[in-house]
Every structure is written in C-alpha cells, then in structure tokens.
Design a protein around this ligand. Structure first.
Ligand SMILES: [Mg+2]
Length: 199
C-alpha cells in the first residue's frame, strides 16, 4: 500500500513568511532556508525580527486568514485524496496552518508548534522532532507502506531521498542543478501522474 507525503508551502499554499513580510512591510521576514540554511538560526533571526517590529501571533494569523491555496491546489488535493492516503509534512507551525487547512478541507498535517506568551508574542518554537519530514517517511516505511513524496525546496530533500520515490514540485533552479537525478514536476497534472504511477 502506498502513502503520499506532500510538503505544504510552495506545493499547496504560498510561502507563509513571505506573505507575512509583504503584508507587514517588514522585508527582512523574506529570509528563507535559501538565505540561512540552518533552520534554527533562521527561526532565531525571524523571532528577533518579530520582536523588534512587535509582530504578534494574532497579526500573523490575520495575514494567513486572507491567504488562499495556490491555484488548482484544492482540486489537485481533493482528487489525490480520493485515490490514495495523503499526509502533509511541513516545517510550519500548527498555529499558522489552521486557516489554510480549513481551505484545503482539513487534510492530515504533521508540523511544528509555537511558544506564545499571554500577550500573543511568539517567544519560541518546538520542533516535533529534528529532521521531522525524513523521520516521518522512515516511520511510515517501517509500517510496510510504500512512500512517495514531493516538495519544492531544500527542506524537502531528505524526505524525498528517504522516500521510495520522490520528486520536486516547481523547485528553484539551484536545487535542481544540485540534485539532477531527482524528478521534477511543474504542474499538478504531472505531479498527480507521478504520485499515482502504477496504482
Ligand atoms: Mg515548501
């Protein structure tokens, strides 16, 4: 039996931090793992920027509430979930994801969580586990499942490598050049065919 693991941001919804950067006009929040590859360092930098600009969790969730899935994402996911079990593996936070999950009809999501004080300030974060995407694939494989995975960026690489088959979806050029053997899908039709191949 096959299960599909999908990344969230860049595959089904826009990049949350970039949307927050645009809505709050705080450009430093545009930083991604492409700029600071170490996730903990990136998050430390982001939390410092939030504090400096007094951007609280309610402000961020207000931005996210206005976000919509990428065009075609809901139809793609609905159709996929009719045919196969799908789990979304994301480095985002539960507190951010809820409004977007509603718009995607509540698919299964494994992600991280935030530490928030009584005033709504984000004071820290808790990873479900280190390298959680890869560990999830490993655990699913141990349940005798065949895992197919897809994601758009560097933080998906270990998940894709750990999966029985994996592909990039609309990745940046740099990651394709660095990983020329990983298949690449550019639209939802192509991605569906890849994930359902042979089913
Ligand atoms: Mg992504």
């Amino acid at each position: 039996m096959r299960v599909v693991c999908l990344d969230l941001e860049g595959v089904l919804v826009p990049e949350i931090w970039i949307s927050v950067a645009e809505a709050t006009n705080v450009k430093e929040l545009n930083l991604t793992t492409r700029d600071i590859p170490d996730y903990h360092e990136l998050m430390k930098t982001r939390l410092g920027i939030l504090k400096e600009h007094r951007i609280t969790l309610p402000i961020i969730t207000g931005v996210i509430a206005e976000m919509k899935p990428l065009e075609g994402a809901r139809d793609f996911l609905d159709s996929l979930r009719e045919q196969i079990q799908v789990i979304i593996l994301s480095d985002t936070f539960q507190e951010f994801a809820r409004p977007l999950m509603r718009r995607l009809d509540w698919p299964t999501l494994f992600c991280n969580s935030l530490e928030v004080d009584d005033s709504g300030n984000i004071t820290g974060y808790r990873l479900r586990q280190e390298d959680g995407k890869r560990e999830a694939v490993r655990a699913l494989s141990s349940m005798n499942l065949t895992v197919y995975a897809a994601g758009d960026s560097w933080n998906d690489l270990t998940m894709i490598q750990e999966a029985h088959r994996g592909a990039f979806f609309r990745p940046p050029r740099s990651i394709v050049e660095a990983n020329p053997t990983v298949p690449v899908c550019w639209d939802y039709g192509e991605l569906s065919r890849f994930l359902l191949d042979g089913e």
